[in-house]
Design a protein around this ligand. Structure first.
Ligand SMILES: [Zn+2]
Length: 354
């Protein structure tokens, strides 16, 4: 009786449209249920496969993916998988409705798979794990891509001339560091790349950063800048940043005429007294005057990063006035204004407690 009710319960969970697969047992249960029931196979829209200290059988995972004919979202985080296993998994795999894809696989194994999935709109590339020659992203064409999150060196290979709305680039390796910022801006300034959202790391000495961004991506509505750990600690230049020239900084911000959200994270102390509301508001109003036509109404500042006085402050502009708020209004590349993706949490199956 207990077994029967557990089986019935499992069948109900199996019929959900989103599954988190993080154990071999659950993978087997799901594959068996899919083999038995065409309805379960057809209902699966999203799979999040995550194994931290173990690895799923390639054969079972392959069966699961091949049966999930309506799959739209696929995330594969399997750090223990060998190159040979990734190669076998992606071989001849075709998911005709795939829109969102993320995998911890070396990029070498992804290029061919991506080229067979032109329906992808949202792509997250994790660590490259290959040399630039073997990365393969330069050969990838994704005509419907809207959102990309990737290491800088791989992103510039992929971006050239493709239509994109949202980009997040990170510096993860020396190869990413070696990419000239001008190369990145040349890639995103293509007329086919009407960026509305950009998240990127910057160097403390990138004094023209905002100016370059405004020229390369004038349609931005959301911008997130995260400072890389500074290498220089020479007295006098240690805390010199682009915004120290408030007039130029304000002018560059104003040239992003559609900007609504601006997030900045820096190691520098933006105000002398960390957390002092009056001083913080004076800085914010110096950057974005209360009078004047602009759309910016959300600013998030993380300053003094890495120090004891590290401070996170949120500001909103209401009826023309800037106010400090306790509400976290920072933006994420995956939940920015025009993100149309949605998920129904009531329709999610957890795989851990069966
Ligand atoms: Zn790569």
């Amino acid at each position: 009786m207990v077994n029967a009710s557990k089986l019935a319960f499992t069948e109900v969970r199996m019929s959900n449209s989103m599954h988190f697969v993080n154990s071999g047992d659950y993978l087997s249960t799901l594959v068996s249920a899919m083999r038995r029931n065409a309805d379960i196979r057809g209902r699966i829209k999203a799979l999040h496969v995550s194994f931290r200290f173990s690895e799923p059988s390639v054969k079972q995972l392959q069966s699961l993916l091949r049966m999930a004919s309506n799959l739209e979202d696929l995330s594969l985080r399997i750090p223990e998988y060998s190159r040979a296993r990734w190669g076998r998994l992606f071989q001849h795999l075709r998911l005709r409705r795939l829109e969102l894809f993320q995998a911890s696989a070396p990029h070498f194994f992804l290029a061919n798979f991506l080229n067979h999935h032109p329906t992808i709109k949202y792509l997250t590339l994790e660590s490259c794990q290959t040399t630039i020659d073997a990365c393969g992203m330069a050969t990838v064409s994704l005509p419907q891509l809207e959102e990309l999150s990737a290491p800088m060196a791989c992103a510039v290979e992929l971006i050239g001339g493709i239509h994109l709305n949202r980009v997040k680039v990170t510096s993860q390796s020396e190869r990413d560091e070696a990419v000239p910022i001008t190369t990145f801006f040349a890639a995103i300034s293509h007329p086919m790349t009407p960026l509305t959202s950009l998240s990127m790391d910057f160097n403390s000495f990138d004094y023209n950063l905002l100016w370059r961004i405004a020229r390369a991506a004038p349609l931005l509505s959301a911008l997130k800048l995260q400072e890389k750990p500074p290498r220089l600690s020479v007295r006098g230049v240690r805390w010199r940043r682009a915004w120290n020239n408030a007039r130029q900084w304000s002018k560059d911000l104003a040239s992003l005429s559609r900007l609504k959200h601006f997030d900045l994270a820096t190691y520098a102390p933006v105000v002398k007294q960390a957390g002092n509301e009056e001083k913080e508001l004076a800085v914010v109003c110096g950057w974005v005057p209360e009078s004047g036509a602009h759309m910016l109404n959300n600013i998030t500042l993380l300053y003094g990063k890495g120090s004891k006085s590290s401070t996170l402050s949120f500001f909103v502009r209401r009826e023309g006035r800037w106010l400090k708020t306790t509400t976290d209004n920072s933006f994420n590349i995956h939940n920015s204004d025009d993100d149309s993706s949605d998920s129904d949490s009531s329709d999610i199956a957890e795989m851990t407690d069966l």
